[in-house]
Design a protein around this ligand. Structure first.
Ligand code: NAP
Length: 284
């Protein structure tokens, strides 16, 4: 099975390396060519110069780009040259509507589409230990499983097209609440004059321990906010969640507050910092 990946950002880069380690990666494309040239040298793969060129060469195409409009743009572009019976797996976080629209465009080319958003951060992408929530045809997932197993350690079939993204929205609401709790608690701890390294160490082993505390606690208390997961990207996800909540009358006040807080950070120029930059608004 020949696999290509489009989008070599914070997540795509780690995923590409993990797939290459399994001997499956044969093609790479990134909009900014310098990134694909650098990775191409490292992995001994000639980078494709266009998404169309990549689509001609492989059986499975992974997408890991930023937002809805970017996924739709790439799907429309690859549909010009994609081979019949190929599989497209979108790992980006987007709306259910865009996932369905992408599936429709590709169906006309006799190409299958899976929405397969991921969780586990850049660390999970690098180590091949992401959680992957998959929507689409189960038989397509069965065929593509070896590819997803190269990047994920927990792969769960969620149902029809869009249910992967629906599940990811649940994840992003939870991530917003965790960000609020961890940044607020650590800013409080710092104001008490405690040793923050010891605070993080002991709390990580107890009932309040969590991935975000373990992976971002130390850096945020040192005021380092290198992404990771950009504020602008989580903001994009929370806008999707709020729209979904309005449609189903669900109440998500923590998410609404986080959106307001991210807007403050974005106004201050911190859009491309890690979401732990929320700490900036909490510190005393
Ligand atoms: P990123 O570092 O900002 O990278 C974005 C990638 O998408 C870059 O390779 C960028 O190309 C490419 N791209 C964006 N728009 C494009 C377009 N119109 N055409 C072609 N390429 C385009 O973002 P990331 O952190 O890797 O996140 C990627 C996706 O995964 C997002 O949907 C995000 O919400 C999701 N996600 C992220 C994390 C995380 O922890 N970072 C975790 C789970 C899910 P250039 O290099 O040319 O800019």
């Amino acid at each position: 099975m020949k696999v290509g990946i489009i989008g070599l950002g914070a997540m795509g880069l780690g995923m590409a390396r993990s797939i290459a380690n399994k001997g499956l990666l044969t093609a790479i494309y990134n909009r900014t060519l310098s990134k694909s040239i650098a990775l191409g040298k490292e992995l001994n793969i000639t980078p494709s110069l266009t998404p169309q060129e990549l689509a001609q060469q492989v059986d499975v195409i992974l997408l890991c780009v930023s937002a809805d409009k970017d996924v739709l743009h790439i799907v429309n572009t690859i549909s010009e040259t994609i081979k019949q019976d190929s599989i497209v797996i979108d790992l980006s976080t987007i709306s259910i509507e865009t996932a369905k629209e992408s599936a429709k465009i590709l169906y006309k080319k006799q190409v299958s589409f899976l929405d397969a958003p991921v969780s586990g951060g850049v660390e999970g992408a690098k180590n091949g230990t992401l959680a992957i929530m998959v929507g689409g045809d189960k038989k397509t997932l069965d065929i593509a499983l070896p590819v997803l197993e190269a990047i994920g350690s927990r792969i769960v079939y969620m149902g029809k097209t869009g249910s992967g993204q629906g599940t990811k929205a649940v994840n992003q609401i939870m991530a917003a609440g965790i960000n609020q709790a961890v940044t607020e608690a650590l800013a409080f701890g710092q104001a008490q004059g405690l040793s923050m390294q010891s605070v993080i160490d002991v709390i990580s082993g107890g009932a309040a321990g969590n991935w975000f505390l373990q992976n971002r606690g130390a850096t945020m208390t040192k005021e380092t906010f290198v992404p990771g997961f950009k504020v602008g990207l989580h903001h994009k996800d929370l806008e999707i969640c709020i729209k979904m909540a309005q449609q189903s009358n669900a109440k998500i006040p923590l998410t609404e507050q986080t959106l307001v807080d991210y807007e403050k950070l974005i106004d201050q120029g911190y859009e491309d910092e890690d979401i732990s930059a929320l700490y900036r608004l909490k510190r005393i």
